[in-house]
Design a protein around this ligand. Structure first.
Ligand code: PCA
Length: 326
């Protein structure tokens, strides 16, 4: 009996080594993410993978491929949809070109703290679950980045001060925002931020203290203005086809680990906000409380963008905002 078990174990090991899945016996899932290892989101999915492996006694192993090493960010969703990988993580609002509902969390000043972000996710979850379902995808969990702030090489007192600045963007919404304030946006992925600043492709950005500190923003900007503009989320999705192939017990283990990961991720995100802001301060970045004029100007831009979003999001948008407003 003991020997038999050992032989099976070895065969499983060989099969996994060759990239062959052993059906009900054991499976190995590759999981791409665009973000580097030290990102708290990546740390969270590494723990998620460990939880799944532990709960299934090694029947399901999830291997994380960080920093866009397996698939580039724009390809990850379709890689899961097309069955090249069973599971993946990406920035949810990147899908806003498919439906505006995916971009609700990136609307400037719609939800600007963790309580509002949680309410918004609660309102968004069913709507986007239905949209993803049509593509054979199922969301497992979603975790926000800390509130988004403004990184510049000079003090920004009003919206006018942003005119003409080369601006790093990470989605279409931020690109629109940059255009509206008269800045010139360029899409750049997180691992490429330091290089983009070093070579002068961009001079400013809006992102979290997390990404700012991890990118060593003090090497290329002087001011961080804490505008707390929105809390965009990452999402982990699984292919329904791959999920159905798992036995009931393994499916339950995945769902339970996902629930734990969502709770843990939100807590990690909250801690990250203060810790990473302090790291920036310690490294010489000037942390600025935004002037009322700047905030008023930015909020005006946000309000006009929300009108556009409502038009684009149709009945799903109406449902979402109704639930959010409750
Ligand atoms: N960091 C990621 C997404 C939002 C954030 O805080 C980025 O800058 O691309």
């Amino acid at each position: 009996m003991k020997l038999q078990k050992k032989v099976v174990g070895t065969l499983t090991g060989v099969a996994l080594g060759l990239g062959i899945s052993c059906g009900a016996m054991a499976a190995s899932w590759d999981m791409p993410t665009p973000y580097p290892d030290k990102t708290f989101h990546t740390q969270n999915i590494i723990e998620f993978a460990a939880d799944v492996e532990k709960a299934t006694g090694g029947d399901l192993k999830i291997k994380i491929h960080s920093a866009g090493s397996l698939f580039k960010h724009p390809e990850i969703k379709n890689a899961v949809r097309g069955g090249q990988v069973p599971i993946g993580e990406f920035f949810l609002s990147r899908l806003s070109n498919e439906h505006a509902a995916f971009g609700a969390d990136s609307q400037p000043f719609l939800a600007t703290n963790y309580d509002e972000a949680a309410k918004l996710w609660n309102a968004q979850r069913d709507v986007i679950t239905a949209l993803l379902d049509k593509q054979g995808l199922m969301p497992l969990f979603s975790v926000p980045w800390p509130p988004q702030g403004l990184y510049t090489k000079k003090e920004i007192k009003t919206v006018d001060d942003l005119k003409g600045i080369k601006f790093r963007a990470y989605n279409a919404t931020l690109e629109t925002f940059a255009n509206k304030v008269g800045a010139a946006p360029t899409q750049i992925e997180v691992p490429d931020i330091p290089q983009a600043f070093a070579t002068g492709r961009v001079d400013a950005m809006i992102t979290s203290p997390s990404t700012g500190a991890n990118s060593k923003a003090w090497d290329f900007v002087t001011h961080y203005t804490d505008i707390q503009a929105w809390l965009p989320k990452n999402i982990v999705v699984v292919s329904k086809k791959a999920f159905r192939k798992l036995d009931g017990k393994t499916q339950e283990a995945v769902l339970a680990a996902a629930k734990t990961a969502e709770t843990r991720g939100w807590e990690m995100s909250k801690k990250e906000t203060t810790v990473k802001t302090n790291i920036m301060k310690d490294n010489g970045i000037i942390i600025v409380t935004p002037s009322p004029e700047l905030m008023a100007g930015l909020k005006e831009v946000g309000a006009s963008m929300l009108e556009g979003w409502k038009e684009a999001a149709g009945s799903e948008g109406v449902t979402l905002l109704k639930t959010y407003g409750k």
